[in-house]
Write a protein that binds this ligand. Sequence first.
Ligand code: S3P
Length: 170
Amino acid sequence: MRNIVLCGFMGSGKTTVGRQLASLTGRRFEDTDELIVKNTGMTIPEIFEKYSEQHFRSLEREVCARLASQQGLIIAVGGGALTFAENVKVLSATGDIVLLDVPIEVILRRLKGDATRPLLDRPDRENAARALYKQRMPLYKAAAAFTVNAAADAKTVAQDIMKALGLFSQ
Ligand code: S3P
């Protein structure tokens, strides 16, 4: 059974929608960020600060490859994961990539006051987020087999994904 891989910008709801989708389909949910935190015993900001973004990306690559070697999972990937061709290649070989499409204005509202994303931990936070969003959306779109409008609540988005993929609730 193919995996379902949820991608999208930070704050697009990958984890929340992923959990909802897992509960509707009875499948197991995995989240690349959560696995990295669990495996290292460090938070993501700590990994970026103590080591580097590059180190985080290499941990992320390992986790993507490990998850791609399994079947039937619902996988939420961190917002940067699918900007790397190697991760797209392994994950799309065994899974259907779904883009959670959320307008930047909604994302900015959701991420207000968030301190868990090191890439946005800077004084020009809003402009940085807008620039990154503009740069990444075309990459997400190219990687995804399906795109769903994900500005709605998590349950509606999960149900839309099920419809798009022809899945049924168990
Ligand atoms: C990142 C997104 C984060 C996390 C890390 C880097 C990114 O995940 O992987 O902070 O490059 O967009 P979320 O998309 O779950 O916030």
